[in-house]
Design a protein around this ligand. Structure first.
Ligand code: ZN
Length: 159
């Protein structure tokens, strides 16, 4: 069965950045299972997998725009450290959930300079060209429930 919209796809993958460092991998764990055509995964990877079948293997390079988006400097902001009430020590790399005009977003602390804290709302992989090693494990039709919900139902499902 070919990978096409409204089919459930399981893949094993290893994701590297431009420098060749492994960022994420399914090796040693469960394959990633997703609903094709439902924007469950980044657009560039979904496009590359279109039409593939079980046991196909591919290497694909995805530009930032088709991955987690270009880095947007406007999503960074310098705020006073008093904003982090109840946090003993604010350090780069910490993540907080913040109410913004776009809803709840994860904000990362990018830098701390005295009382000035630079926060960054970009996805950690924004602006990165990504390199995927992918092998297709399984392709099946989605159930009606899965199509209605726009995601895969399995052992680790939310309901
Ligand atoms: Zn559901």
């Amino acid at each position: 069965m070919q990978i096409a919209n409204n089919r459930v796809v399981s893949i094993n993958y290893t994701l590297k950045n431009d420098a060749g460092a492994i960022i994420d991998t399914s090796e040693g764990g469960e394959p990633l299972t997703y609903l094709h055509g439902a924007q469950n995964i980044i657009p560039g990877l979904e496009r590359a997998l279109d039409g593939k079948v079980a046991d196909d293997a591919l290497q694909v390079t995805i530009e930032a725009a088709d991955a987690y988006g270009e880095y947007n400097k406007e999503l960074t902001q310098v705020v006073p450290s008093e904003m982090f009430e109840g946090v003993d020590k604010v350090e780069p790399g910490m993540e907080f959930q913040a109410e913004t005009e776009h809803g709840v977003q994860v904000i990362r602390v990018a830098a701390v300079d005295g009382d000035n804290v630079t926060i960054d709302g970009n996805h950690p992989l924004a602006g990165e060209r990504l390199h995927f090693d992918v092998s297709v494990v399984e392709v099946r039709e989605a159930s009606e429930d899965e199509l209605a919900h726009g995601h895969v139902h399995g052992d680790d499902c939310c309901h």
